[in-house]
Ligand binder design. Structure first.
Ligand SMILES: Nc1ncnc2c1ncn2[C@@H]1O[C@H](COP(=O)(O)OP(=O)(O)OP(=O)(O)O)[C@@H](O)[C@H]1O
Ligand SMILES: [Mg+2]
Length: 441
């Protein structure tokens, strides 16, 4: 009996063509569906089988490692045998001429019910749970050149995401920080809730504020807090709305989709588009066609996505927009419901400073804190600039030196800012009033 199995296995493993009459069934799991959509079952299967192969290899190690330096733990080269509820199965990874990989599962017809009924589910679930335990988060970026050959067909390029940012070290108003944390937590545990109210399990955040106030840092902290992957979407590198759709539907669940500096992304504001149209009128037909082909992502494309396809494509996704200029954004883009939460990151407050002092200098209090507090009240300095002053030079922490440095640069900046305010008043009287007016509407 053993011999029979061994022979059968040999035949299978020798890439014998399985004929129509074969008692064996083969099921394929391609890495990409429709050439661009990553098949997440593929990764889970790979992880599960990788763990199996390593198990086996560890047993083999003692006797084999010395003789055969060819013994690699890499899954792709191995055929893995598995057994589940008495059913023997064989996994093999095959690569086609275009470089696309497929997991092939072979088993005897006898086991069909068990395999399709529960084994596959078991493999994918095991794989996902192993992935979660050993999870390395990933940072995906869309690839402007779309080099299909070297990019293995994927629209997204990824690297391991290792950023130390956390909510603990993020310097901002503590109650605002808590609000964001609570919101994220509610989202994470919201599966049943979203189902109950019949809404897609998605959430949108708009982070706004001047440069260096921690918007990007907060996104990293969010990803670390939730163990989500980040998809950093570069809108200006996307040719058109259909490419945008492809990219977004190719993202996985438990991820944060980030669009930074949304105000700088082409064609998002009506104004800029109008300017283009004016230009276009003067051009001949051919040129116009070319321009249209080149036309980038439009505001309506993005809004359609958020409202429509967005809700249809998978679950458990967060979308984050950042901007330095809230006032430049089209109201349609930021109305509530599209962006569920607006978070303002602003100049360094004393509360925020205390977090930075703890992070950088391990300091809870200091005689200079009082002076710094009063300086921060009427001086605009971004946390990034404060942090820079607190950073140790040459690895030597000089608390007094750092704080004195900070006080000096705050004083300098306060003088500058006061001067600027005066200039503003002289140049355009009533300018300030106008700003308040606009803010009210
Ligand atoms: N609120 C903050 N808490 C802690 N560190 C901060 C904070 N803000 C800025 N920093 C520090 O300053 C650096 C720059 O901040 P970050 O890139 O998050 O700013 P940003 O708001 O994204 O700016 P930009 O608008 O230019 O993109 C970070 O690497 C971080 O070390
Ligand atoms: Mg940033």
């Amino acid at each position: 009996e053993h011999l029979k199995i061994a022979i059968k296995e040999f035949l299978l493993f020798s890439d014998q063509i399985i004929t129509f009459f074969s008692p064996y069934v083969v099921i394929s799991f391609p890495e990409y569906e429709d050439y661009y959509r990553y098949n997440h079952a593929f990764a889970a299967i790979d992880t599960y089988l990788g763990a199996k192969a390593i198990d086996k290899a560890q047993k083999l190690k003692a006797s084999q490692v010395k003789e055969s330096k060819g013994l690699v733990l890499k899954r792709d080269e191995a055929k893995v045998r598995d057994e589940y509820q008495g059913v023997h199965v064989w996994w093999e990874i095959v690569t086609d001429t275009d470089g696309y990989r497929t997991q092939k599962l072979t088993f005897h017809r006898r086991g069909l019910e068990i395999v399709t009924g529960s084994y596959i589910k078991h493999v994918v679930e095991e794989g996902i749970s192993i992935e979660a335990k050993t999870k390395k988060m990933k940072l995906f970026t869309n690839n402007p050149s779309l080099n299909w050959d070297t990019n293995n067909g994927s629209l997204w390029r990824h690297i391991d995401f290792e950023h130390p940012a956390s909510f603990k070290t993020l310097a901002m108003d503590p109650s605002k920080k808590q609000e964001v944390l609570d919101d994220l937590e509610a989202f994470r545990n919201g599966k049943e809730y979203y189902k109950k109210i019949g809404k897609a399990w998605k959430r949108g955040y708009l982070l706004y504020g001047p440069p260096g106030t921690g918007k990007s840092t907060m996104i990293a902290a969010m990803a670390n807090h939730l163990s989500y992957n980040i998809y950093d979407l570069e809108l200006t590198a996307i040719k058109n709305n259909s490419e945008l759709r492809k990219l977004l539907t190719a993202t996985s669940s438990k991820s944060i989709i980030v669009i930074e500096d949304i105000d700088c992304s082409v064609d998002l504001t009506g104004k800029r588009k109008k300017g283009d149209d004016d230009l276009r009128v003067k051009k001949d037909g051919e040129q116009r066609k070319e321009d249209e082909n080149q036309s980038r992502v439009t505001l309506s494309g993005l809004l359609n996505f958020i409202d429509g396809i967005w809700s249809a494509c998978g679950q458990e996704r967060i979308i984050v927009f950042t901007t330095n200029h809230m006032e430049k954004l089209d109201p349609a883009l930021i109305r509530r419901g599209r962006m569920d939460m607006h978070v303002e990151l602003s100049y360094c407050s004393f509360e925020a400073f205390k977090v930075l002092a703890k992070n950088y200098l391990d300091l809870d209090s200091h005689p200079l804190f009082g002076e710094i507090e009063s300086l921060l009240k009427d001086t605009k300095m971004a946390p990034a600039d404060v942090a820079e002053k607190l950073m140790s030079k040459n690895q030597i922490i000089d608390v007094d030196g750092c704080l004195k440095d900070l006080v000096q640069s705050l004083e300098r900046r306060r003088k500058e800012q006061r001067g600027q305010d005066d200039d503003d008043h002289k140049k355009k009287p009533g300018g300030k009033k106008l700003r308040i007016f606009r803010g009210l509407f």
